[in-house]
Every structure is written in structure tokens, then in C-alpha cells.
Write a protein of this length. Structure first.
Length: 300
């Protein structure tokens, strides 16, 4: 599944087209993806202006002037690409990209946009071979209480994330540190790759109890502050690198993300630890059904 940096990379790539654009036309080429679109899906989108295009955790949110929000999730293989045309209605392609392996038969939704600052029409094409992604329209007034968002935790790139908040979140939690960090009710958007990387940078074992980030008084230990800083640091570095392209992820312009070349621990089983002065070898263990990569020598 794409993690927060991959979703944020896609958002940034599409924002110049979606921001303040009018959705002139929508092509819905099948009745469903992971979930049905709904009978009025196209009707509620066409001729609406985009008020804002944001991200919450691993979801893309398209706010419309109607008061609806189009919530989009990429699933395992979902991706967007764009075509800019020089006509009122798309006929002649000026610039386009077809991602390798993204066959047009899997183009399930096409947005025809008129951006505020352009004279051209832009087509935003959603392609999803496995159809695990979804798009659902939710009234803005009902979004916070919707089951997808009601119990969602804080944003890891927001100001709330610090050592004190982590210590309070995980106080008396006997679950492992990695499992707690992946719990979307605590922190929204963190995924397996970047949790492994942040824990390695902090020198914390993924199997350590989450409650050990705070002392007996409940105050955060030094490692709690370091972990909060490293979570933010690794996410920002990954976003700057366009995310990690392991299988399906590409940026909206078709280019690959390249943060996978900067992995220090993830997917490096059997390789030397990169911590200066450490002679450990990276190991892999299955933890809560996910691969955990760590150094048994320097992550305590």
C-alpha cells in the first residue's frame, strides 16, 4: 500500500491542476472500484469548482463548492496521470504519460478539468488494475464523524507530534512500539517502511513495549523526543524524494520515487548496519503480519 509520502507526492503533483479548477465532465467507466461509486457520483461532481485539494493520512480529499468532499484512496495499484489538451473538449493531446504497466483498459475514472489559470482542458485519469482503491463522496459536515475518519489519529507532520504526545499516547500500552506506531488511531498515515526507518534512526527496538517511551512520572524520555523528530525527518525526506517506488508507485508525472535508494534498514536483510561504529547485520522478522527490518545490535 502507498504510505503517507507516496500519497503526499501524488497530491503535490496533481494540485496545480485540481486547485480552483472546474470539473467540466467526469467519465465513470465502471460501477465500482473497491466500493460502488453510487448512482449520483457523476452528477455530484460535474460543473463543481474545487475549493481545496488536501490529504488526510493516506486519503486524498477534494473539497467542492457544493459542500461535498471526494475522498480518494489509491489502494494497492491505483495511480493518476494527466493529459493537457488545447481544445475546449479534449481531442488533441499536447502532453501525456502512460505509466509502464498501466494499460488504458484499467482507466476507470477520468476528470475533465478547466484549471483557473489555464486556457486548456486537463484530463486527470485514475488507473487501477487491482481495483482496491476507491472514491466516495461525503458531505463536508459529515466528514469528521464518518467511520473512515472518526477515530483517526494525529498527522505525523503536524505540530502535535512530539515526545510528550507520544509518551501520553503510549502510556501503559503493552503492545510493541512498532505496532503502536502503525495504529492509525494513534498516528494517522504512518506505514511499515517509514516506521522501520524511524525506529532504526532512533536506535529503538521495534519489539520494545510502547509504554517505555515515558518514565515512571509519565514524562517523555529523551528517546521519545528523538523518535518524534526522526518520524518527521524521514517522512519529509521521502516526500522530497518523490516517495518510494517498490512496485506500483509513480509520481503524477510518471517518474519513479527514489527514496528506496536511501533505505537504511528496510528491505536490507543480511546487509551490514549503517549506524557508524555498529557491526550488526540487519535482520527481518514477521511482526503482526508485517516484515520488520531492524539491527539487533544497535536497536535496543
Amino acid at each position: 500500500m502507498p504510505e503517507l509520502p507516496e500519497v503526499e507526492t501524488v497530491r503535490r503533483g496533481l494540485a496545480p491542476f485540481f486547485d480552483n479548477a472546474t470539473i467540466c465532465r467526469v467519465e465513470q467507466r465502471r460501477p465500482d472500484l473497491r466500493f460502488p461509486f453510487g448512482d449520483d457520483f457523476v452528477e455530484r461532481l460535474e460543473n463543481r469548482r474545487v475549493v481545496s485539494f488536501t490529504r488526510r493520512a493516506k486519503y486524498l480529499l477534494l473539497d467542492l463548492d457544493s459542500g461535498d468532499v471526494l475522498v480518494m484512496h489509491l489502494g494497492m495499484s491505483g495511480s493518476f496521470r494527466w493529459i493537457e489538451t488545447d481544445d475546449q473538449e479534449p481531442t488533441q493531446t499536447v502532453e501525456m504519460y502512460h505509466a509502464k504497466g498501466k494499460h488504458p483498459q484499467h482507466d476507470h475514472v477520468i476528470f475533465h478539468l478547466r484549471p483557473e489559470d489555464r486556457e486548456t482542458i486537463v484530463k486527470i485519469i485514475y488507473n487501477d488494475p487491482r481495483r482496491f482503491g476507491f472514491m466516495v463522496l461525503i458531505p463536508r459536515s459529515e466528514l469528521a464523524a464518518h467511520p473512515m475518519f472518526a477515530e483517526m489519529g494525529i498527522e505525523p507532520l503536524g505540530n502535535e507530534l512530539d515526545g510528550a504526545h507520544l509518551a501520553k499516547l503510549f502510556e501503559n500500552r503493552k503492545t510493541s512500539l512498532k505496532a503502536a506506531l502503525l495504529n492509525q488511531k494513534f498516528i494517522a498515515g504512518l506505514g511499515n517502511i517509514y516506521v522501520c526507518e524511524a525506529l532504526w534512526r532512533t536506535g529503538l527496538s521495534p519489539f520494545k513495549s510502547a509504554s517505555t517511551l515515558s518514565g515512571k512520572s509519565g514524562k517523555p524520555l529523551k528517546k521519545a523526543n528523538e523518535l518524534a523528530n526522526h518520524i518527521r525527518e524521514v517522512l519529509l525526506e521521502a516526500i522530497a524524494s518523490g516517495g518510494s517506488s517498490l512496485k506500483d508507485h509513480r509520481q503524477a508525472d510518471g517518474s519513479l520515487g527514489y527514496f528506496q535508494h536511501n533505505f537504511s534498514v528496510y528491505d536490507r536483510e543480511g546487509e551490514p548496519c549503517r549506524t557508524p561504529g555498529c557491526s550488526g547485520i540487519i535482520e527481518r522478522k514477521v511482526q503482526n503480519g508485517r516484515s520488520t527490518f531492524f539491527c539487533p545490535k544497535c536497536q535496543k
